[in-house]
Design a protein. Structure first.
Length: 40
């Protein structure tokens, strides 16, 4: 999902759709980081 976000234009990223997607990505990234820490 982060790759999709990064591939969009800066205008899109800063718009409502970009902000909504980033709001979804951030919690998932935190969970992924926590899982990675547990398995390391």
């Amino acid at each position: 999902m982060q790759g999709y976000f990064d591939d969009r234009s800066e205008e899109w990223q800063e718009g409502q759709r970009g902000e909504e997607l980033q709001d979804k990505i951030e919690p998932m990234q935190g969970q992924l980081d926590a899982f990675t820490d547990l398995t390391s």
